[in-house]
Design a protein around this ligand. Structure first.
Ligand SMILES: [Zn+2]
Length: 302
């Protein structure tokens, strides 16, 4: 959606906001400060977390692009459709084969980011953005968990338990996935054009800090994004050139700008994911392991 912030909400000063404010203020006022807090570019977990969440953000924006430029119909809230189709594009990328572990890990990283966001909102007692065009973080994580589980319920029972999908919801997930898959196939059969010209251009603007250079390096060499964008480009006839630009823009955001025919991904969004990664173990991984451990202990006892 046009210039719609990804993290729009009224925030009361509290510890997480304070940490992020210092980081962003430092970047805006003293760009050198940002250079003084490099990230560990050899940390595979951090790389995987940043890439997974950046990829999801870009695929979500690509759905907005498909709506505006190709004509995908919107039969509900556009932001929910963008989330839903982005998830389905990732879940069906490997055809009918079993979901590869790398893709499960990718989806788990996205779920964990929503969980950390939601935990921060609760802990800092932020105002909940009920009027936002996006679903709440907690709803986005359950939708993502449910569709993932629904893709292969026989092999993803532990995933469903660890991500605390309630039993009543979990029962619906396989059917939810099948309906979403049918819907996606309908859109693909209706709107794909095999004779498509190459119109999507992936561009990395100047990087100002070592951190941004690391993001660019990861996205170029270790991400599914370049191949994914090429696939979408070859499948649909876009009426004109569209740029997907990574750049500094002083905010943690990614957005589709129809007037300029650009998807802009701010490096600040990746800074936000680095911030979330600091809390991942405590707010997402530990609770998941606890939930799974508890369920296993209970079933052993039963
Ligand atoms: Zn959106």
């Amino acid at each position: 959606m046009r210039q719609m912030p990804r993290f729009q909400r009224i925030i009361r000063p509290a510890k997480h906001f304070f940490l992020l404010s210092i980081a962003l203020l430092g970047f805006c006022l003293f760009p050198a400060m940002a250079q003084e807090s490099p990230i560990d570019d050899t940390d595979p977990e951090l790389q995987q977390f940043i890439l997974a969440n950046t990829e999801f953000s870009v695929v979500h924006e690509l759905v907005h692009l498909l709506i505006d430029e190709i004509g995908f119909p919107v039969l509900g809230r556009e932001e929910d459709l963008a989330d839903h189709l982005a998830i389905m594009l990732l879940l069906t990328r490997d055809g009918n084969d079993a979901l590869p572990q790398t893709m499960i890990d990718k989806l788990q990283a996205i779920i964990d980011a929503w969980r950390v966001e939601w935990t921060i909102i609760e802990q800092d007692q932020m105002e909940i953005a009920y009027s936002d065009p996006h679903s709440l973080e907690i709803q986005r994580l359950y939708d993502l968990s449910c569709l993932t589980y629904g893709r292969d319920p026989d092999h993803l029972k532990d995933f469903a338990i660890a991500n605390e999908i309630p039993v009543d919801r979990a029962e619906l997930c396989p059917e939810d996935f099948q309906k979403a898959e049918k819907g996606l196939k309908f859109l693909q059969n209706t709107f794909r054009n095999e004779k498509s010209d190459s119109q999507l251009k992936l561009i990395f603007d100047r990087t100002d800090t070592p951190k941004q250079a690391t993001y660019k390096n990861w996205l170029t060499n270790a991400s599914i994004l370049p191949a994914f964008i090429t696939e979408i480009d070859s499948q649909y006839q876009f009426p004109q050139e569209v740029k997907i630009i990574f750049r500094s823009c002083g905010q943690a955001n990614a957005y589709w700008e129809p007037a300029d025919k650009e998807i802009v991904v701010c490096y600040g969004l990746m800074d936000r994911f680095v911030h979330l990664a600091r809390f991942r173990q405590e707010y997402a991984i530990d609770p998941r392991e606890w939930a799974l451990g508890l369920a296993k202990a209970k079933s052993a006892f039963d």
